[in-house]
Design a protein around this ligand. Sequence first.
Ligand SMILES: [Cu+2]
Length: 156
Amino acid sequence: MKIIILGLIITASILILYAIISGMMNFEIQNTDNELIDSIYSEKEIFTEAPYSGNTNDKAQHVIIIVKDSWKQGCEVDDSCFLPYEKIIGVGETILFVNQDEFEHNVRLRGDPNYLHFPTDVIKQNEYFVYKFHELGKYQYHCTLHPWMEGVITIR
Ligand SMILES: [Cu+2]
């Protein structure tokens, strides 16, 4: 009987510890995005918003990076053309896309002829735009100039 109770206490402790650690990790991931977003907004001599871009004036909550040298084929091998490759966010949340490559890129959802940064057709180096996602779903997106550049956004 004592052994069973001891076992339960140990199991509960491990579960609680796991919850605390995973909670801290989530916080860190969120925090990393926030720091990057703040630096993109504040370093105006480096980063500029693409003209007439995005579908919101809300501050960005999440970031997707268009990775340097993704204009060259090869980044698709380890899903590193857009980072993170898959982004999971909530309904009504915003993502800032920033182009860290020297080449121009665009972002288009599969099956949608409009750019997310409509009506601007390209995002230049160090330009960004912010897009708000209103509907649940799993969205695949790509760059039409470099079709190997793909990513996934999940809204839940
Ligand atoms: Cu591209």
